[in-house]
Design a protein around this ligand. Sequence first.
Ligand SMILES: [Zn+2]
Length: 428
Amino acid sequence: MSNDKLGSALAALADDAQLWSDFLVLCDCGGRQAGSPGEQRAREFALSRLAAMDKSARLEPVSYAGWRYSEAVMTRLDSADDQPLACNPLLGAQSTPSAGVTAEVIDLGRGTLEQFEKNARDIAGRFVLVRHEYPFATDHVHRRRKYNWAMERGAAGYIIANPVPVAGPVAGSSGRDGKAGIPAVGTDYESAARLAAHGSERARVCLRLRGEDYPAETSVVLLEIAGLTPASVVLSAHLDGHSLAESAMDNATGVAVVLAVARAIAPLVAQCRYGLKVCLFSAEEWALAGSRQYLERMSASERDALMLNINLDTVGGDTELTALTSEFPRLDSFVQQAAGQSGVALNTHQPLMQNSDHYNFACHGIPALRLVAGFNRPQCNIRHILTGADTRDKVAPMELANAARFTATLLWQALNADKAEIAELRKK
Ligand SMILES: [Zn+2]
């Protein structure tokens, strides 16, 4: 396939005003937590956009371990300071008994494994307090790892605090997935300061958290266009988010860019070597449940026909883009080739990261990357994701335009790669 066609597609993409207007419509849907009316609105909108491109647009239902809460209150008991503390339950958090759980708080600072091990004898029966970290960095320790370390050491509960002042509590998934766990909540910087020990005195708190598990269902929004051979390339992003804000950077940016790239490339796919599957997942924030089930339901030969997953998650909020290439060593030069051709600067990071839907593809041996902005740039706007400050004003139109230009070039290269080249990507 000629590069003239790519050139026209990139020109159409550069003129596509819907890239920005789609981003705003998705933000208008609110935080889009899976199961909320906002998530449903976003899904209907995305489906209508894909249906305008091709008649194959459809929904495929997936189930996940749903959860909702009716009460979440955290109060200090040991002082005159009896104002409620900021308390935002993590998705799927374990409930307390109706009277609540009362225990002392042990502050483990950032909450590294070293800090957990050093204080191992003081953790059982106490609430562990740790800090949320900038998630897109080489040395980041994920919230769910800290949660597991707390649970393994017998903690009474888990409190994760926003390290940024005046920015509200943090959100996230507990990763409990309907199984046994400990109560887990996000809090804000100011509450964490009140929970930290004062001299040898530890704060004593009561946490009441009432939630219920229920079998929930959502859908993958799909578009499937055949190429000249039965194999295909998957372009994906997650539609869902958290209730605290607009989930603008994470991940209205990724969805808007996927829609724009699909608009530009879809009309050309029938003449490409491979077909295109566009997957807009939900329940990503629920331990990647949507993409996990989508892939588990396929037969091994159907999965073998997936040549590459290009997953966009948080591609605005900073000017720098990084491809997380999931330990597929040949993927680095493949994406750099597209970066060079598109004129968009790109970094790569090889270690497999469990932080978005590409992880499930990689676990099935499918070459997979996540495109992300702001990697190793903890001062950029992306530090606000998972908080009430993840709003549209943190994103610049040029950031989406650059991500779209690079993604379209990479997708085009993958759709037309020769058989030997694409087979090489699978090799470890
Ligand atoms: Zn995300």
